[in-house]
Design a protein around this ligand. Structure first.
Ligand code: FAD
Ligand code: NDP
Length: 313
């Protein structure tokens, strides 16, 4: 028999959808993934340490602990969770059909909350200093005490990089924006903001090729000029990647409308995709805000919209 609601993904969007759907007696079934997209069940928050901007935790909370609490709450209200990755879907007819390596699953409605993965550089030293000076989210981590008053670096030339550099400049003594070319990809208004900011210096035509540090964390990075290949060392207390994200939408290609960068398109102001009964929440459909609380908010919307849709079908 088809499940009323199947949720794919287990970050804040998936679990908030699960809590709402469970409390609406829809008996939701969640496929939380098994290292799907290279991330543990629980989502991107499992890759960070302190989360200081999720309401309800004035002292901050460890990212993995927060995801455990989400999961506990989903289960408490009646969500069934399978630690499996969905590998294929068929949204062409109802009930919808989903497959994992072990199962064929039927669903009357589906909530997609598969998130996105921040791109990494994979340079020497990255693993050693990940979350000990290197981060992929300035908005999330920039205000942490380890970065305050220090010289920091952001890699990238897009809107995210400029936005992150601006954000970091509030707490840092100086921010280097390191870009591999001689023109930014960011929109004109964002470029102007970076270029005119007294604390931001743009280093053009530079690649970061190594991260170095000591026991307590990152202390410097090695740069290589993309034109003459000259190398130099730059002392920084923090390195932020802003080189883009990859939404986890590979299995939906050809079935759902995706934008040019692979994010699921939803009807503005809703979580509805182009297929009735299929909803998308969280980072998989949001390339602007990308925060736990916005993901959770859209997870709530998806469950309420699924509930309403099921009532009419
Ligand atoms: P995700 O958290 O991306 O979770 C999606 C889940 O779905 C993953 O577990 C994945 O494995 C699973 N999945 C994917 N594909 C499948 C599949 N086919 N089948 C089954 N499961 C699948 N935000 C904040 O608000 N505050 C912070 O302090 C903060 N810190 C961050 C630190 C770092 C290092 C990073 C990378 C992000 C941080 N963020 C923070 C952003 C926040 O983590 C994301 O915005 C949020 O987790 C997005 O939630 P989501 O539910 O959309 O998806
Ligand atoms: P983008 O893909 O726009 O930019 C990524 C940047 O990272 C590019 O400058 C790229 O360089 C650089 N880069 C990629 N890979 C590497 C690498 N391996 N080494 C060094 N540099 C690398 O991603 P964004 O996250 O910035 O933006 C995604 C989308 O979201 C865009 O459409 C953007 O407009 C939008 N956005 C809008 C915001 C706003 O309006 N306030 C805020 C944030 C995002 P290169 O340029 O050479 O390719």
């Amino acid at each position: 028999m088809a499940h009323k609601v199947v949720i794919i993904g287990s970050g804040p969007a998936g679990h908030t959808a699960a809590i709402y759907a469970a409390r609406a007696n829809l008996n939701p079934v969640m496929y939380e993934g098994f290292m799907a997209g290279g991330v543990a069940a629980g989502g991107q928050l499992t890759t960070t340490t302190e989360v200081e901007n999720f309401p309800g935790f004035p002292e901050g909370i460890d990212g993995t602990k927060l995801t455990q609490l989400f999961r506990e709450q989903s289960v408490k209200y009646g969500t069934t969770i399978h630690t499996q990755t969905i590998t294929k879907v068929d949204f062409s007819k109802r009930p919808f059909v989903l497959w994992s390596d072990d199962e064929r699953i039927e669903a009357e409605s589906v909530i997609i909350a598969t998130g996105a993965t921040a791109k990494r550089m994979h340079i020497p030293g990255e693993e050693t200093f990940w979350q000990r000076g290197i981060s992929a989210c300035a908005v999330c981590d920039g205000a942490l005490p380890i970065f305050r008053g220090k010289e920091l670096a952001v890699i990238g030339g897009g809107d995210s990089a400029v936005e992150e550099a601006n954000h970091l400049a509030k707490f840092a003594s100086k921010v280097y924006l390191i870009h591999r070319r001689d023109t930014l990809r960011a929109s004109q208004i964002m470029q102007k903001r970076a270029m005119e900011h007294p604390k931001i210096e743009i280093l053009w035509n530079q690649n970061v090729i190594e991260a170095k540090g000591e026991q307590q964390g990152l202390t410097s990075i090695v740069l290589e000029n993309t034109q003459n290949k000259n190398q130099s060392q730059l002392s920084v207390g923090g390195l932020f990647y802003a080189i883009g994200h990859v939404p986890n939408t590979e299995i939906f290609k050809g079935q759902l409308d995706l934008d040019e960068t692979g994010y699921i398109k939803t009807v503005p102001g809703t979580t509805q995709t182009n297929i009735e009964g299929v909803f998308a929440a969280g980072d998989v459909q949001d390339k602007i805000y990308r925060q736990a609380i916005t993901a959770a908010g859209s997870g709530c919307m998806a469950a309420l919209e699924a509930e309403r849709w099921l009532e009419g079908h």
